[in-house]
Write a protein that binds this ligand. Sequence first.
Ligand code: 5SP
Length: 220
Amino acid sequence: MAQKLIAPSVLAADFANLQRDIEMVNKSGADWFHIDIMDGVFVPNISFGMPVLEAIKKHAEKTIDVHLMIVDPDRYIQTFAALGADNLTVHYEACTHLHRTLQAIKAQGMKAGVALNPHTSVRLLEDVINDIDLVCIMSVNPGFGGQSFIEHTYKKVADLRGIITRNNASTLIEIDGGVSTANAGKLVDAGADVLVAGSFVFKSKTPEETIQELKSIANG
Ligand SMILES: O=C(CO)[C@@H](O)[C@H](O)COP(=O)(O)O
């Protein structure tokens, strides 16, 4: 079985010590850097933008997984490709022509992801599932770190796993929001491939060990 991946969310890092936190992730058993871009319009919060991603990229030695929580994401596809994003995830709710957006992301050499807000059904992706490299199921309402995990997520993961299997797709399922050692095992059992964790990792006294704990639970 493929390895389950851990993606620390840099939103919860100490921005005054960003290089230190990036290097901690480099050294750890984590697989990806998860980068949240928020515009204050699609979500009620502004995180950081291109200069910060450029700085992260200088030190990061792992896959850069960018999650755009912005309106009209098509405007920035080229920009994020140029900044070195490996995966670019847009929100289903922010795209009028999702199929076109996915093709535009892939044309720039990136993996194409789609994120779903908690109220959005995974069934809406059935007709494009073979075009999606990664589905990010939001297990909190997007916009802020440190929120409580929404329990209904397990059912969404299992339903999406069914859609992927029925369509013989190779799409990864990523879970984002409130992930911890308390739910990691159950998420993987339901069908998750990638676990994003922000506060649980960076607010821990021993972040590197916390990443290892998540990784061990996720990989049984
Ligand atoms: O996209 C988001 C929040 O909108 C996430 O990536 C958070 O950064 C996850 O943080 P925790 O819930 O793990 O603290």
